[in-house]
Design a protein around this ligand. Structure first.
Ligand SMILES: NC(=O)c1ccc[n+]([C@@H]2O[C@H](COP(=O)([O-])OP(=O)(O)OC[C@H]3O[C@@H](n4cnc5c(N)ncnc54)[C@H](O)[C@@H]3O)[C@@H](O)[C@H]2O)c1
Ligand SMILES: [Zn+2]
Length: 317
């Protein structure tokens, strides 16, 4: 069988090798997930095809992400952070959902996906039209005051910062292309002339509405996540190493509740041992296969409908 999907599959160690096994693995995944309510959990690997790098791909550039203590600990650090974010956030804002995000929306239209819990802050599931989406770690599009909780959209903040920092931006951009990190940080060091504003309500420090390393996900958000798992029959993890406990706990909860767990990720994850199936491939290719399988499945006579007809027939005779 000729399958361009298989020919595009990523194979550890050799990106050019064709993995003929992908069709079998997708079929196994569909046996666990097909015609059921599947809750999807996504991580940074979901968005690498949209040009947003992750932290833990085999070929990822080693990075030290900012911690909340670094951010809160020093006004100088915050000014440097905001200067770099000012130059980098539009890169994330301009990113578009890739075919994997669109495939999840299609699987939802087909009745297979009940919702998404994402560790990503890039808003790409929302841009792709999936709902509900629980953003475990917040999103880049809002900024809040660390003292009073006042919020402003990132677009509106940019409208305030741009005229204050026209010379700064022109100076940096005149040097040419800048490298953008996963959290919209850029590699620029001379940021002393950047002007940042404080909270317009109380004068407190402003921070993107993102959960940074060292911060906890709010209890209410965790509770919503558990409810979404409880409402589903199965869980599909896409593009996450599950290194961060905030995502791993939902996978463990699903497994403890006896729900099927399928993990699709390039490389090892902390959920591999408890998954019913692990597929080491690109998310978008596996999702394309699941759509094919679900469409074929939905053309088959529904076995539960057949049982009902048999039952009615039995009672009538
Ligand atoms: N897009 C974003 O919003 C973004 C990007 C980077 C980091 N983050 C934050 O950093 C934390 C990192 O945790 P994480 O577990 O989400 O990411 P991670 O970097 O720990 O893991 C990503 C995994 O995806 C795999 N991967 C990369 N491309 C893939 C593809 N096309 N198909 C299948 N697998 C692929 C990688 O090998 C890696 O194992 C998150 O909590 C998140 O908040 C967010
Ligand atoms: Zn405030």
């Amino acid at each position: 069988m000729v399958r361009t999907r298989s020919q595009l599959a990523w194979v550890p160690g050799d990106p050019t090798e064709v993995d003929a096994d992908l069709d079998n693995q997708v079929a196994r995944a569909h046996r666990l997930l097909g015609r059921r309510r599947v809750l999807v959990i996504t991580g940074a690997g979901m968005s690498t095809d949209s040009g947003i790098p992750d932290y833990r791909s085999p070929d990822a550039v080693p990075r030290t992400p900012m911690t909340i203590d670094m951010f809160l600990g020093s006004p100088d650090f915050r000014r440097r952070y905001w200067a770099r974010n000012h130059l980098g956030w539009r890169h994330m804002d301009a990113a578009l959902p890739n075919r994997g995000h669109h495939a999840i929306t299609e699987l939802q239209r087909l009745g297979m996906v009940s919702g998404v819990i994402t560790q990503n802050v890039d808003m790409l599931h929302i841009k792709a039209g999936t709902a509900p989406v629980l953003e475990l770690h917040g999103c880049y599009g809002r900024v809040c005051c660390v003292d009073c909780g006042w919020q402003i959209s990132r677009h509106r903040l940019a409208g305030i910062l741009e005229p204050l920092n026209a010379d700064f931006s022109a100076r940096i951009r005149s040097r040419g292309a800048i490298e953008v990190a996963p959290d919209a940080d850029v590699a620029v060091s001379d940021t002393n002339d950047f002007a940042m504003i404080d909270c317009l309500e109380c004068g407190g420090a402003l921070k993107p509405a993102i959960i940074y390393f060292g911060e906890s996900v709010p209890k209410s958000t965790v509770q919503q996540g558990y409810s979404m798992i409880d409402d589903a029959d199965a869980v599909l993890v896409l593009g996450s190493s599950l290194t961060v406990m905030s995502g791993l706990r939902f996978v463990r909860h699903a497994q403890r509740c006896g729900k099927s767990v399928v993990v699709v990720n390039r490389g090892h994850t902390r959920g591999d041992d408890i998954a019913d199936l692990k597929i080491d491939h690109r998310c978008a290719d596996v999702l394309a296969g699941l759509i094919d399988a679900e469409r074929v499945g939905s053309r088959r006579p529904d076995s539960s409908a057949q049982h009902q007809i048999v039952g009615v027939h039995h009672r009538a005779s």
